[in-house]
Design a protein around this ligand. Sequence first.
Ligand code: SF4
Length: 331
Amino acid sequence: MHEQNYTDFAQALVDWFSEQGRDYPWRRTTDPWAILVSEVMLQQTTIPTVLARYESWLSQFPTPAALAAVDEQTALRSWEGLGYYRRVRSLQAAAIAICEKHNGEFPRDEAHIRALPGIGDYTAGAVLSFAYNHPAALVDANVSRVFARLFNDPTPVDSPSGRKKHWQLAAQLVHPTNPRAYNSALMELGQTICTGGTPTCLLCPVRQYCTATAPEKLPVKLPKKAITELEHWDIWHSCDQGLLMEKQPDGKRHEGMYRLPRREPAELQNCPHICDQKYSVTRYKVTRHLFRADSACPRAGECYIPWSQLQHTPMASPDRKLVQKYTPKKN
Ligand code: SF4
């Protein structure tokens, strides 16, 4: 695409979006907190999953002050099913910073927004453009794919040079007076028409500006990291005091959350096997072997959680599924 077409391109996208843009709850608001929550949820979680949780989560925490006021365990528990729990920790850290440094009012100034914990380039661009209609650049995987094709560019989109190029392009192309609609349109084009694999170019509102010669071969990406297989041996041990769980220490992936206690396979030779559970986390394929332990001495970090408190105890989805499945029904 030639530079003299940038303005027309941006306007064509905005026009298309005003007629065909999809309706989401986060597009009906200009509340920066609600927009920040949606953006954080949408990182690494699918739109249908976010749609199922977004409004109920926001009704629990409608303001930064509401999230800042609860303990970390409550915040983690509220995020169950969405995964990637560091996101809710960052969100809570941002909420606390908003309360402490801005009297609970979401900042409007770009430098103050960028200074909030967990706010990177993408999230800053999203809040600035969607909440304040500020012409801020925004690049996600959909936008990168669209740019690679529009400019017929074989630079790997996930390489430092690819990223730098796309952020520069995003800043040059952003609609000067309607960045809110433009940034939504750009992402939506990548989600619905300029999709991965073979795009639907016939329906594309900006095809006249596109220079892709073989769009199905773009974008180019760096080679993926290999999948790593992991195997764990865990125990299910309960007594009158409840279920034995292990709290994840600071610095661990699920810091502050609970999981079924881990053991070495040799320790479980005489324990009945309950089930095998398989799940994937990022580039790991995990197989967990669960055994029933009739006796167990709690180790460092392990404690009994009363049955009545288990539903309020934060834990990752694989653990929640096992706890729900094997908790005695009468308790
Ligand atoms: S014409 Fe095709 S490849 Fe080009 S931006 Fe539109 S959908 Fe993508």
